[in-house]
Unconditional design. Structure first.
Length: 250
């Protein structure tokens, strides 16, 4: 039997598929570095062990797959029945043996990728509802999963670095974070200037009315904005005006 190929032909969708698949491989590589004994150690996310983090990434793939199924069939299939059910699933999943958690992540990722692969062009614009209540085209699930695999590979704490994440992912992620702060009225005159590897600068946040300005490399700003490190841990950040603690992201 010949190899099966993506049914999607839209260049934007295909590019996003490439990015999320690369991120999945990146997470897989990070997970392979963990010994079974290290699953009990802390992740870089406060309050979560590596067990919790791996369970979350595995179950997230299943939840995203439900949205793709929704788009494919037209039958409403929410990510989770409730926020409480999501947390209970992670907590229970974290009690599994390391080999079961590895299997969960691998098989859930493969299943999700197959569902994306088999989704025809005309279905990629079908609307679904995320766990946060946002109505989005199912193509948004590619970005939702991209954020998970790239960033949580770093959160496993086995040597992966935010600077290794593609700049396109970092820039969009930083835009998402700042956009959420603004939506919650937490931006409060904060302006960010992120420098890419080629020296170009992208601005986020407040414009002329900024009372606090912070600049730095794109990876460093994302590290701060996502709550992965505080100001005291990132001396390369350049502040003008008030030095701020990053508002909560999620």
């Amino acid at each position: 039997m010949g190899a099966r190929h993506d049914k999607a032909t839209d260049p934007t969708v295909l590019e996003a598929l490439g990015t999320v698949r690369l991120g999945t491989s990146y997470f897989r590589r990070a997970l392979s570095k963990l010994s079974d004994d290290e699953f009990d150690g802390p992740s870089l996310l406060p309050g979560w062990s590596r067990r919790h983090l791996v369970a979350h990434v595995g179950y997230n793939a299943r939840a995203v797959a439900r949205l793709v199924t929704w788009a494919a069939t037209g039958v409403e299939t929410p990510m989770y029945s409730s926020p409480q059910a999501r947390q209970e699933e992670i907590d229970l999943g974290a009690t599994q043996r390391p080999d079961a958690l590895r299997s969960l992540c691998e098989h859930a990722a493969i299943d999700l990728d197959v569902r994306w692969r088999d989704l025809p062009d005309e279905r990629w614009s079908e609307e679904v509802i995320t766990a946060q209540g946002r109505t989005v085209p199912v193509s948004e699930t590619l970005w939702m999963r991209t954020r998970e695999v790239w960033l949580h590979a770093v959160d496993l704490g086995v040597g992966e670095r935010i600077a290794e994440i593609p700049e396109s992912v970092l820039e969009r992620l930083l835009g998402d974070i700042v956009g959420l702060w603004e939506k919650r009225d937490e931006l409060d005159g904060l302006a960010l200037s992120a420098t890419r590897r080629d020296g170009s600068v992208t601005a986020f946040g407040a414009n002329g009315d900024a009372t606090a300005k912070v600049s730095g490399s794109l990876p460093t700003l994302l590290t701060w904005a996502s709550g992965r490190a505080g100001v005291e841990d990132l001396p390369s950040l350049d502040w003008a005006g008030e030095v701020r603690v990053a508002p909560r992201w999620i």
